[in-house]
Design a protein around this ligand. Structure first.
Ligand SMILES: Nc1ncnc2c1ncn2[C@@H]1O[C@H](COP(=O)(O)OP(=O)(O)OP(=O)(O)O)[C@@H](O)[C@H]1O
Length: 286
């Protein structure tokens, strides 16, 4: 399968001469993949996303999105990419939530009816119909993230880029956001590229993880592959999710279990090794 995105040995120099390098492994995203980018502060995660969005030009290396250089030909790929920036206040511009979500379809010259259909569909999908008449400025942080996501998804792009989507969300809102993002991927085939510092969420969200550190893409793999590489994680100031660490320790003691991708998965696996008969008898007694 042809990759949707391919970035090779990127070097960027900001106007103040700050140099950001991302060499090492290539950054490759396949259609329908859920990719999570991890790394310490200043590793270059947002810089990479800005290159994919054509907002910056590299001094060295290559960036390709659907076969095009985004900095030169963003118009050719623009309809295929939605983005939710870290600071959503900067991207929500409509006087009411409805207008904000309607911005792109109106801009594309769709009829009033078509715009309405698109806004209502995405609002229903993200369960924010009750917010459509609200003034964006007064929304909570979690509501703003959902509105920005609705604006990004209203034209149903193939690729969704999210920079720190869980930032400042409470646990319930985080769970809702994870479910929404996963549903966009499963039900609509949306390819995801997400940066986060919220490592405990990653196993439920990623097919592939990339780790950036000190100018390099230092490793990539599935959550269970990456979260076993404790030395690489430590060097990048990252700690594996607590469940991954626990299961890794149990594996090293000889238990036949896999690094879990959710609490439910962990529970199932633990129940299996804790002698299911006794558990179900115990359950029956209570
Ligand atoms: N506009 C800019 N001008 C100058 N330097 C910048 C600019 N934007 C980013 N940088 C620098 O580039 C480096 C990479 O920053 P970037 O925001 O890509 O890192 P990050 O991995 O997203 O970090 P974080 O996890 O803190 O969001 C940092 O040293 C940062 O200070």
């Amino acid at each position: 399968m042809e990759p949707l995105i391919k970035v090779q040995c990127l070097k960027h120099i900001y106007p103040d001469k700050t140099e950001v390098k991302l060499c090492g492994l290539d950054f490759v995203v396949k259609p329908g993949e859920r990719v999570v980018v991890l790394g310490p502060n200043g590793a270059g995660k947002t810089t990479l996303l800005s290159h994919i969005l054509g907002l910056l030009s590299a001094v060295e290396g290559t960036v390709e999105v659907m076969g095009f250089r985004p900095d030169k030909h963003f118009n050719r790929i623009r309809k295929n990419i939605g983005v939710v920036f870290q600071n959503v206040d900067e991207q929500i511009i409509g006087p009411r939530v409805y207008d904000d979500i309607a911005f792109t379809p109106r801009n594309e010259g769709l009829s009033k009816d078509e715009v309405h259909k698109k806004v209502m569909l995405v609002a229903r999908t993200l369960k924010i119909e009750h917010l459509l008449d609200k003034i964006p400025h007064y929304l909570s942080g979690g509501q703003k993230k959902k509105v920005a996501l609705a604006g990004a998804m209203v034209m149903m792009p193939k690729i969704l880029i999210m920079d720190e989507p869980f930032d400042s969300l409470d646990p319930k809102a985080k769970g809702e956001m994870v479910a929404i993002i996963n549903d966009l991927n499963k039900a609509h085939g949306v390819t995801l590229i997400i940066t986060t510092h919220d490592i405990n969420i990653v196993p439920s969200l990623a097919d592939t993880i990339y780790i950036f550190n000190e100018g390099s893409i230092v490793t990539k793999g599935t959550p269970s592959e990456v979260f076993q590489q404790t030395e690489i994680l430590k060097k990048a100031n990252l700690e594996p999710p607590i469940l991954s660490e626990l299961f890794d320790r149990l594996r090293k003691r000889g238990y036949d279990i896999e690094i879990p991708n959710s609490l439910e998965d962990a529970e199932e696996q633990l129940l299996t090794i804790l002698n299911p008969k006794e558990i179900s008898n115990e359950g029956a007694k209570n």
